[in-house]
Design a binder for this molecule. Sequence first.
Ligand code: PLP
Length: 316
Amino acid sequence: MAIGGYNQLSLISLNTQLGNEAYKFQSARAALYAYLSATKIKTLYVPNYICDSIFPALKSLAVEIKFYSINERLLPIDCPKLTKKSDSRILLVNYFGLLNKQIKKLTAVEPELFIVDNSQALFCEHIEGTTSIYSPRKFLGIPDGGFLRTAEKINMPETMYDASENVGHLLLRAAGDVQAGYARFLAAEQALECFIPKKISVISAHLIKCADINAIKEKRRRNYKILYNKFKSLNQLQLPINDHVPLCYPLKLGVNVASICRGLINSAIYLPRYWHSDYSGDVGISMFENTLFLPIDERLTEGNAHALSDIIEQRI
Ligand SMILES: Cc1ncc(COP(=O)(O)O)c(C=O)c1O
């Protein structure tokens, strides 16, 4: 322990343990890269509704991408049948952290063939026998992070990710300066486009220890239920909470939501759009065009969640 000298942020460690059994990198795509390069996987089956950010890593490893289609419930229409099991894998996405049970079922017979993409499902337990990846910064105020759970032996890189230039957005947002923080958030995300694996930063590793995971889980679940109860008769996507800790509340409507999202910015409500991609199939396109992804994170009080649901009701 160092004594004296310059001052520090007063962050209280709760000694939170997360991803203890995982290999820890700077991003989920770096975690995926590390797994695919260690195992020399040649073909990856990917759903035709996914975030494009993983593709550069796959291309650089010359992994062949084969798309499979998903249905309206966000599950494979036909789970791909692998002809060469030794060097092919199927990526299943746990969309919005709301498909735990369905994914468990799909992976039950031959778990070793699957990579479960839990980037949107930080609190979904790893399924023994599968490989899974996580992206903790989507749930926690940390600048970087990507976990890999696998039975394969992975050699960790020596280099640690340096996040010291990429924490400004978290501080600005905490201080209430959302506008100034946004440009820095984009720059921090851009820095993660380099997928060559590095160890998670010392800053993120420490911030994870300070995160009140139980409160985060509980508030996400409470806020989800508020929005679920409000919109259950309207939502074309019926994804009940069960034991999930979701990323957001996806509200799928029968109309294009682009203008609703633009209008909400005037009320300082910022919604992400998941995902615009040239590779999306019909379901992916309709998810992108017609779905509002409403925030449910721990920053929203119960009152905020009700107020959000009222504003959304007025706008749709
Ligand atoms: C389903 C999915 N997989 C993978 C990723 C990549 O995660 P990361 O940004 O941590 O590399 C994302 C990011 O948005 C994602 O949504």
